[in-house]
Each structure stands twice: as structure tokens, then as C-alpha cells.
Design a protein around this ligand. Structure first.
Ligand SMILES: Nc1ncnc2c1ncn2[C@@H]1O[C@H](COP(=O)(O)OP(=O)(O)O)[C@@H](O)[C@H]1O
Ligand SMILES: [Mg+2]
Length: 213
């Protein structure tokens, strides 16, 4: 089973939004996807609870105090994580996940927080040894703004690839509160978001996002 984790030191940057969106997109591709929520706030688990029968199924993960255990029929496990992952918890996620997605907002506070944390991440053993591959996602972007240009410049400073950018869209907010993701919305409403997910999904499908076993 392949494990993909969504992490960032900051809260509110879109981890749960991206974890649920990715889970839905891969479920639409026919994958058997499990979604694990490591955040005590449990917003991703709540989302899963709202998900209706009409949308492609995403499997829940049992916790019961112990480690997250994905159902055996899952081929992909997506992990949503709490803000402030550091030390042993971060190490644990890196050992477990072959692929890491890091959403970053076009905000000075978020960029400053991400700077040290991403540099720290780049020095950790599984990342150095390429057992874990990291991809950055610019989230809630509004093109043609100064801060967007600053974010683009900032993200290019790292040796991690920028695998995509997602616009600031109410589609994410509205879908989330119904247990849905943008890939569950009709194309006339969400075609722009579908298009933005394409390069991210292409990267996920490719060898480039797979760690050396
Ligand atoms: N691309 C986006 N466009 C609009 N709103 C977004 C987008 N990504 C996230 N949000 C909103 O931002 C807030 C924080 O996102 P969330 O995924 O909960 O962040 P985190 O899990 O990192 O704390 C939520 O209200 C969410 O709906
Ligand atoms: Mg969250």
C-alpha cells in the first residue's frame, strides 16, 4: 500500500482540504483509498462521515488509541496531519509515507513559518536519502497579485518541486461542508479546479513522486 501524507507546521494552510481532495480524485480514478486523520480536531474524519453514497467510496481508518491501521483492501493511504508536526511525530510520518505534500499559502506569516520548517525537513534522513519525496503546493492563490509572485519566488528557493497550485475558490469550502471534494462537483462548476489538480495527479502517478524503497 502506498502512503501519501499532507503536512505543514502551520494550521489553516489547506492540509485537510488537500487530503480530502486528493482522496476523492484518486477514488474517481478507481483506487481503493483510505483516509487517515491524525489531527485531534478530526475535521477530515468528520468530512468522511458526511460523505454520501453517491460519491466514490473512501475508506475510514481505525485508530482506537493505537497507530492508524488502514483496511487491507486499500491500495492508497492518505494521511492528514495536525499543525506543528515536529520531532518524533514528524519522523514517524516520514518513515511511513513515501510521498509528502506540503501546502503553502501566499501569506507573509505562512511563508516565514515555512522557511525554517522546510529547511529542517530537507535535512531529515528519509528526505536526504530520497526514501520520502516532498512536493510543494501553492494553495489559495490569486494570480496577478504581488504576494502570489512573492510566493512563487519563495517556493523556487527550495530543492523540492512545486507540483501545482490551487486557486482560492469557494468550491473547496462548499464541497468540504458536504463531505465532497472538487472532483465530486460537476464540471461546469469546478472545471478550473479539475484542471489545476491535473499536474498534481500526474506527479502523484509518476515515478518522480515515489521514494526509493
Ligand atoms: N484553495 C482553497 N480555496 C478556498 N478556501 C480554501 C482553500 N484551501 C483551503 N481553504 C479553506 O481554508 C480553511 C483552512 O483549510 P484546512 O484545509 O482546514 O487547513 P488545515 O487542515 O491545514 O488546517 C478552510 O476553511 C478551507 O475551506
Ligand atoms: Mg486540518
Amino acid at each position: 500500500m502506498r502512503t501519501i501524507a499532507v503536512i505543514n507546521a502551520k494550521g489553516g494552510c489547506g492540509k485537510s482540504t488537500i487530503a480530502t481532495s486528493l482522496a476523492a480524485a484518486l477514488a474517481w480514478e478507481g483506487h481503493s483509498v483510505a483516509l487517515g486523520d491524525m489531527d485531534p480536531q478530526q475535521s477530515t474524519n468528520d468530512w468522511l462521515g458526511l460523505r454520501g453514497e453517491d460519491a466514490p467510496e473512501i475508506l475510514a481508518v481505525n485508530r482506537q488509541g493505537g497507530p492508524l491501521r488502514a483496511p487491507s483492501e486499500a491500495d492508497t493511504l492518505i494521511l492528514d496531519t495536525p499543525a506543528g508536526l515536529h520531532g518524533t511525530e514528524l519522523g514517524h510520518v516520514l518513515r511511513r509515507a513515501e510521498t509528502i505534500l506540503v501546502p503553502i499559502l501566499p501569506s507573509p506569516v505562512d511563508m516565514r513559518a515555512a522557511w525554517r520548517w522546510l529547511n529542517h525537513l530537507a535535512e531529515l534522513k528519509p528526505v536526504v536519502q530520497k526514501e520520502t519525496v516532498v512536493g510543494l503546493i501553492a494553495n489559495r492563490v490569486r494570480p496577478h497579485t504581488i504576494i502570489y509572485r512573492e510566493l512563487t519566488g519563495f517556493l523556487n528557493e527550495f530543492r523540492f518541486p512545486v507540483i501545482g497550485q490551487l486557486r482560492d475558490s469557494m468550491n473547496y469550502v462548499r464541497a468540504f461542508e458536504r463531505g465532497l471534494a472538487v472532483s465530486d462537483l460537476p464540471p461546469y462548476q469546478a472545471w478550473q479546479d479539475w484542471e489545476e489538480w491535473e499536474p498534481i495527479l500526474a506527479w502523484i502517478r509518476s515515478r518522480r513522486s515515489r521514494g526509493k524503497a
